[in-house]
Design a binder for this molecule. Structure first.
Ligand code: SAH
Ligand code: SF4
Length: 359
């Protein structure tokens, strides 16, 4: 595989420019432009047009936009990309489709990246899980998602969450290489880098061995193994006790407060008794639970819990000593949830997805 815009390291860029007979400082200039200034190549006018054109070909982008839609009065933008793994010129080899979401909040801008095209974990309520696994993304493809979102963003991207398509800890090496690039070069702090996992226990342990203490989010969705086995098939391999023990080790090693994700599914996992059971399991971990109203998917016929039930669930968790917040659904009108934009795109390939309805 050849070099790519956001896959290439500084040394590779230095070697490339040296082989063209360019002056030594040019590589640093390019690197600073791409990462410190966070600018697209065509805006790096200090490099000169001829050199930029040559670089555009030698360091191709890996993501071609299929669709880009906005919602929430412009505060949420979602892209569906065709990812080419550095082979944009190969005819007849279609790229895989992946999603990225940019969310502006009052005090920050967050990018949600995909780590894989598809996912092998098969969570029953998840559009990506329903469609199955295609391939791992490369570190360059992950970093490029953040860079491209930054180019379109009205403010500086301060947070990156690995909560798009795929299971990041099942693609550990590329995920971690991307994390390091985002931290060391794009300047995103470790606390503001969140890796979300469905509970890949060996991956959580490996994460705990790294020196950069990123934030860990674990997707739970059920307070007991019986229900979790149904919703999250990986639970049969790594049951709740093991997942929580690994998360506890991560907390000890990193000192970072843990986050738990819990999709609220009507009549399935949202009773006060289940909230009580969850609170007992998480007691003493100092964790934070994000309650996410389920985004309905075609392959899972159950709706989201009604808001009042979610509020009661949150109250019950708090009464049990566990911090809880309800996550506002962002970009529901543009299917801005894991795998959903792609699912819609596939079913209606000829139409522009998600009218830019603002809510
Ligand atoms: N594979 C990782 C990260 C990507 S999924 C993980 O599962 O944690 C990111 C989050 O979106 C997870 O918490 C996942 O459970 C949640 N999610 C997936 N499908 C959803 C849906 N239909 N509605 C609400 N949340 C969903
Ligand atoms: Fe994969 Fe996460 Fe979806 Fe489960 S919820 S299928 S782990 S992307």
């Amino acid at each position: 595989m050849g070099l790519t815009r956001y896959g290439a390291g500084l040394e590779e860029i230095e070697a490339l420019l040296a082989s063209w007979g360019e002056k030594g400082y040019r590589a640093r200039q390019l690197w600073d432009g791409l990462y410190r200034r966070r600018a697209p190549l065509e805006e790096l006018t200090d490099l000169g047009k001829g050199l930029r054109d040559r670089l555009a070909t030698a360091l191709p982008l890996e993501l071609a936009p299929c669709t880009g839609t906005t919602a929430d009065k412009g505060a949420t933008t979602k892209w569906l990309w065709s990812a080419t793994a550095g082979n944009p010129g190969v005819r007849g080899v279609p790229g895989v489709e992946v999603e990225t979401v940019l969310m502006h909040y009052r005090d920050r801008a967050t990018v949600c990246v995909s780590s894989q095209a598809g996912c092998a974990m098969g969570c029953t309520f998840c559009a990506t899980g329903q469609a199955g696994f295609e391939r791992h993304l490369t570190a360059g493809e992950i970093v490029e998602q953040v860079a491209r979102a930054q180019h379109a963003s009205r403010s500086r991207v301060s947070n990156v969450v690995f909560m798009g398509m795929g299971e990041p800890l099942a693609n550990f090496d590329a995920t971690w290489a991307a994390v390091l690039r985002l931290h060391h070069h794009l300047g995103i702090s470790a606390r503001h880098l969140t890796v979300s996992t469905v509970g890949v226990v060996p991956g959580i342990r490996r994460l705990a061995e790294q020196t950069l203490p990123v934030t860990l989010a674990v997707s739970l969705h059920a307070p007991d193994d019986k229900l979790r086995d149904e919703l999250v098939p990986l639970n049969r391999r790594y049951p709740l006790d093991e997942v929580l023990a690994a998360a506890g080790e991560y907390l000890d090693r990193s000192g970072r407060r843990l986050s738990f994700e819990y999709a609220m599914i009507d009549g399935v996992n949202d009773s006060p008794a289940q909230a009580g059971a969850l609170a007992r399991r998480l007691a003493g971990m100092g964790a934070h639970v994000n309650l996410i109203p389920l985004n309905p998917t075609p392959g899972f016929g159950v709706p989201a819990s009604p808001p009042e039930r979610i509020a009661r669930f949150a109250d019950r968790l708090r009464a049990g000593g566990v911090n809880a917040t309800v996550r506002r659904n962002r970009g529901t009108s543009i299917d801005a949830a894991c795998g959903q934009l792609r699912a819609r795109h596939r079913h209606a390939p000829a139409t522009m997805v998600g009218a830019t309805r603002e809510e």
